[in-house]
Write a protein that binds this ligand. Structure first.
Ligand SMILES: Cc1ncc(COP(=O)(O)O)c(C=O)c1O
Length: 385
């Protein structure tokens, strides 16, 4: 088969890559304006961004616990551990796929340093954000790695709690191959974060050129016909899990410039993600064994990939693959299943269910109406039993 829709396809332009390469600049005014923040900092990954936030928070506190969802990227765990802190797992809310706010509330105690509201699949983790009303002094960090462009009540994620981080890795809504950003409103915390970042090692010399070349290749290989033709080779190269350790580094000015050039596209691209997601959700709503999380009326998610919960996830994945559509179960295991953190499986019933049933589908700008029709038909045939 020649044409294959990749699960993620960041929109990249050769012109912008070249422009950023020949005139790199750490000028970040456009990014600050879009994210409505005075203070923005960059690192080499979203994981490093979280790590830096936690180290800065830890400096002014004796508390050492960080509450995170049991179903999310293992990167959160690695950042918490590297910062010398203790992860406290909480079950998720199946409507939001992020932290269950009501359950998290019971875990907040005198040792809680921070709580991470994860906007998984671009769905706003509203129940976790709402904890700010009950705990105004508790730092609630918005994890926007999967939600660049998602909105609630007309406001972008990352602008709700005063501390947030983003990821620009290659599978994200906006990609500069790798990278992370921190947006923070509190001036004192911003100063501590700034100092931590200044102490990080610089990226290796020539990394801008290497990354620019990788981005050009990424643009070409995510073209559906090239992706289909290279399917066999690409399958063997995909990483399943993030590495257990990471090196926090500063960012290149080339990538800051590239993000500044790309950020104006975020709104139209998010619109496409939203429209494609709603189209699929509407068409499968009668399918009793499949479902997408409920989108609240004033929420406008921009899913990097659309989560569908399906009884026969593996069958659906195989059939989609044979029809030229890549789909991904994301995380096969919850964090407590993957790591020995001292919990029992029964502690996280919703996270377990989602890890078993979730299949993520592509909804990016290269997905056509024909692709959506194929996805809907296969969801109906695999999940309507
Ligand atoms: C929810 C979530 N948080 C954090 C991260 C970490 O971002 P990065 O890959 O840039 O380190 C990811 C990456 O996949 C993620 O999905």
């Amino acid at each position: 088969m020649l044409r294959k829709i990749p699960i993620a396809a960041p929109k990249l332009s050769f012109r912008k890559i070249l422009h950023a390469l020949i005139s790199p600049s750490c000028r970040d005014a456009e990014i600050k304006k879009t994210l409505n923040t005075e203070n923005i900092f960059f690192t080499n990954s979203g994981t490093s961004a979280l790590y830096v936030i936690l180290v800065a928070l830890k400096q002014n506190s004796q508390k050492d616990e960080v509450i995170i969802p049991a179903y999310t990227s293992a990167s959160l765990l690695f950042a918490i551990k590297k910062a010398g802190l203790k992860p406290v797992l909480c079950d998720i809310n199946t409507n939001e796929l992020g932290l269950d706010g009501a359950k998290a509330k019971k875990l907040i105690g005198e040792n809680t340093l921070a709580l991470i509201a994860t906007h998984m699949f671009g769905i706003v983790n509203k129940s976790a954000l709402d904890l700010k009303n009950d705990f105004p002094d508790l730092p609630i960090i918005e994890d926007c790695a999967q939600s660049m462009g998602s909105m609630f009540g007309g406001k972008l994620t990352g602008t709700f709690t005063g501390i947030s981080f983003f990821s620009f890795n290659r599978g994200k809504n906006m990609s500069a191959m790798n990278g992370g950003a921190i947006a923070v409103s509190n001036g004192t915390l911003a100063q501590s974060i700034g100092k931590e970042i200044d102490a990080l090692p610089k990226p290796p010399i020539f990394s801008s050129v290497v990354i620019a070349m990788k981005l050009a290749v990424l643009k070409i290989i995510t073209l559906p016909h090239v992706y289909g033709a290279l399917d066999f080779i690409l399958k063997t190269m995909k990483e399943r899990m993030p590495p257990d350790d990471f090196k926090a580094m500063r960012y290149t000015c080339f990538q800051v410039k590239l993000i500044s050039l790309m950020i104006s596209d975020i709104q139209p691209l998010s619109e496409i993600r939203y429209r494609n997601s709603v189209m699929i959700a509407e068409k499968i709503k009668h399918t009793t064994h499949a479902g997408v999380p409920i989108i609240a009326p004033n929420m406008r998610p921009a899913p990097g990939r659309l989560p569908v919960l399906c009884q026969n996830r593996d069958e659906l994945k195989d059939k989609l693959c044979k029809s030229g559509i890549e789909a991904s179960p994301m995380y096969y295991m919850t964090l407590n299943q993957r790591f020995d953190l001292g919990y029992k499986n029964e502690d996280f019933p919703c996270a377990n269910m989602v890890a078993e049933k979730l299949l993520a589908l592509p909804v990016h700008y290269r997905v056509t109406e024909r692709d959506i029709a194929i996805m809907v038909k296969l969801i109906e045939s695999c999940c309507y039993r």
